[in-house]
Design a binder for this molecule. Sequence first.
Ligand code: PLP
Length: 432
Amino acid sequence: MSGKDPDYGFETRMIHAGSQPEPVTGARQTPIFQTTAYAFHDAEHASSLFNLQTFGFIYSRLTNPTVAVLEERIASIENGRGATCCGSGHAAQQLALLPLMEPGERFIASNRLYGGSITQFGKTFRKFDWHCDFVDMDDPEAARKALTPKTKAIFVESLANPGGVVSDLEALGKIAAEAGIPLIVDNTMATPYLCRPFEWGASLITHSATKFLSGHGTVMGGALVDSGAFDWAQNDKFPSLAAPEPAYHGLTFYETFGDLAYTMHSHAVGLRDLGATLSPTNAFEILMGIETLSLRMERHCANAQRIAEFLEGHEAVAWVSYAGLKSSRYHALAEKYLPKGAGSVFTFGLKGGYEAGLKLVEQVNLFSHLANIGDTRSLILHPASTTHRQLTDEQREASGAGNDVIRLSIGLETVEDLIADLEQGLAAAAKA
Ligand code: PLP
């Protein structure tokens, strides 16, 4: 079935999109094409592949048949035109900006992103002379105020890691469209099952497939999805897509490939030169994960809702930030953008502060103390002493990772067992 088939439902596409029985052997499951290169039919075939005149496989840094099935599947479940898979979520973020940014240019990002993204955008990207303006997007107009003539994109997480912050995608989509730049949405925490960013005005979506898409804590992976709807020639801001490309004999991606221009560029230039390729074995694992995505997300959300309600009533807990709770300031936005559930990653604050946080993560048995989210297993973390260590106190507070904060990623276990584990952990933490 094709990537953008409107006739099939979400669950059908998460199982079938992009795959068919393998034509030579009839293998029904997508094979792992563990190969580096692909034999050309003849010399003419080789040159037309290199000139981008024929679609096909050359070298697995750019394209691979197993990865291609995954790309079509992710594009389909996000209702996008095309997707590019890569080695991690961070690689997807770099790949996303490459066709948009020149040295000296800027993009705007929410100040409530995953801590690693704040470091990548604020520190490492500066080495490319790419500059990020972080703003508090609780007021979307703050993004408009931060626009400059050199701004090339607005970047947010649909549901932010870790604070349970929900972005007002429709408002931000309008601001981006008026400025003639794309809204990029990291949809990792929500997944396409819970949130549909393209329906609200996003033009590009990034994923850490390391999380819920693969879903079992086994592999690293990333994906970049293009809606295909953005007009790259509406202004002169995007020469990599709308002006001739010297490395391909003056070919203009947008003119030649139309709504596939961005995805073609991300393979033919982005993966070729950044080299952040996804391995076919990891692509296979992510495909397996996506086959059960809707079922897992339903249970993740149901368990998280129960646990958030339990914590909200607990005497050792100062506050709970879960958009599924009526007390959350993001509850109304969650009802609009995440109607099937508010995800399974959220934070809460311990009255006992930093010390109580350290005690709790050591005391729990079923929860694994580690730096990941989106596993079948429940996970626990004290961000201030781990993932958010490299940030300043101010950045930590702004991203919802202050000293008293505990982050949970609720898994698929029996919810009563998880509550009992937290109950005994909180009792010990209160004594600390
Ligand atoms: N985006 C979000 C929301 C994340 O939580 C993470 C990692 O935790 C990333 C991006 C980066 O993904 P990866 O670790 O696959 O590079």
